[in-house]
Design a protein around this ligand. Structure first.
Ligand code: NZQ
Ligand code: ZN
Length: 384
């Protein structure tokens, strides 16, 4: 077990009707910058609930933050927030809105170009206070201090962490899931699944208790996932389980004392930057390749995963691992997601581009730093 420090300051309001609690968290007469996306919150009634709870405040709206939030859009929000001298920022949406808001909240306290803190040229400044109303369980962004920002003009998608940039609070109402398109539910299940494996399918040295927590999240997703996709309106409890799994998957809890991988994510981000694929889809494509190519380093954990998650115990080591990878891919497919690069018209050119880019960035990925750009190439090649 590795040494660790754990602190998570985010106050969570969980359950139906909790959006009304906004009035307890944001002081009356505050000037609030409210960030949101393309309008789903207007169609499902969340916008009205937020406005009712903030009736004592001055609300300045910044709509139009896109999926995979874009640097140029966020710069306009920073400008607006500075001009209006706002007191608080409220993100209402999924991971893109929350991540974008983390960038806005830090950027408002920075004089230079905020891209500086994404590329490590400057320390990320302490963020303006912000809270979130989560509408899509997937990223865990509502309870962590990370964010992923896209810069379409450069075809880049990069992350940053800001220990002084956690949300002050997050409101998680599982009924928000009722209006989600099935495609986004599938993305959220896969994203949560792979956040968990990034922290679980690594070295054999992790604490037994953390393995069991991670396995609990994976088994919950496998149990609840198919019903969430097939039901016309999934049950409240299934939605609540899904939402809680997503938050627990990436709020720092599963990372306690363990080695972490994140190669599948880093490679997946490139597929979004270059081809605009949904984040969850990129993970469903890449994951099998990472497990296949890294099977020797991950052997002990893959065998444990095969046995405890899929009840696969018969065969040689390689047969067991192959079978566990195949079962996982079948699970992603059963959610309606295709898992091959060729399904999305992506080929050799992209693989070569990513290999070169990772070499320029000096990126050796994985829990042991052994996924060289050549191994990244092999991972992607296995997914053609
Ligand atoms: O824009 P609107 O109209 O609101 O529609 C959104 C958007 O089109 C829609 N949606 C959200 N909630 C809805 C809804 N539609 C109907 N009903 C609802 N209740 O869903 C679409 C996708 O939303 P988005 O926020 O992009 O999805 P997600 O939560 O999957 O976020 C993806 C982003 O988060 C990053 C990803 O890279 C990507 O940029 N990630 C952030 C992480 C973090 N901060 O820790 C970790 C993750 O690994 C991930 O990288
Ligand atoms: Zn993710």
């Amino acid at each position: 077990m590795n040494n660790f420090i754990f602190k998570n300051p985010v106050k969570i309001y969980f359950g139906e009707g909790m959006i009304a609690s906004l009035s307890k968290e944001i002081k009356p007469a505050s000037k609030v910058l409210m960030t949101y996306g393309g309008g789903s919150i207007k169609r499902n009634g969340i916008y009205n609930q937020v406005m009712a709870a903030l009736k004592e405040c001055t609300v300045i709206e910044f709509p139009g933050i896109e999926a995979n939030p874009d640097y140029d859009t966020l710069l306009r929000a920073i400008e607006l927030g500075k001009k209006e001298n706002i007191d608080f920022i409220l993100a209402v949406g999924g991971g893109s809105i929350i991540d974008g808001t983390k960038f806005i909240a830090a950027g408002m306290n920075y004089e230079g170009d905020p891209w500086d803190f994404i590329i490590g040229k400057a320390k990320v400044p302490a963020a303006k206070p912000f809270g979130t109303v989560l509408t899509l369980p997937a990223t865990g962004s509502e309870m962590n201090c990370g964010a992923v920002i896209s810069r379409r003009a450069l075809k880049e998608k990069l992350s940053f962490h800001n220990p002084e940039g956690f949300p002050c609070f997050s409101i998680l109402d599982p009924t928000a899931i009722y209006s989600l398109p099935k495609r986004q539910i599938a993305n959220g299940i896969i994203d949560t699944f792979i956040h968990t494996t990034e922290q679980y399918l690594t070295t054999a040295a992790s604490p037994a208790v953390m393995d069991r927590f991670a396995e609990g999240v994976l088994l919950t997703l496998i149990e609840k996932g198919p019903g969430l996709i097939s039901a016309e309106k999934p049950s409240y409890n299934d939605c609540a389980d899904f939402m809680m799994s997503a938050t627990m998957g990436l709020n720092g809890f599963l990372a306690m004392g363990v080695d972490e991988d994140w190669a599948t994510h880093r490679i997946g981000h490139e597929l979004t930057a270059l081809h605009g694929l949904d984040h969850g889809v990129t993970l469903a494509i890449v994951w099998e390749g990472t497990m296949d190519v890294m099977r020797r380093e991950k052997e002990a954990k893959l065998l444990q995963y095969a046995s405890r998650i899929w009840n696969i115990t018969e065969g040689t080591t390689d047969e067991i691992i192959d079978n566990a990878i195949a079962r996982t891919e079948k699970f992603f497919n059963s959610l309606g997601v295709k898992t091959r690069l060729s399904d999305y018209g992506i080929g050799e050119e992209t693989i070569e581009f990513i290999r070169k880019r990772f070499a320029e960035r000096n990126w050796n990925l994985g829990e042991n730093g052994t996924i060289t750009p050549q191994k990244t190439e092999a991972i992607l090649r296995s997914r053609l």
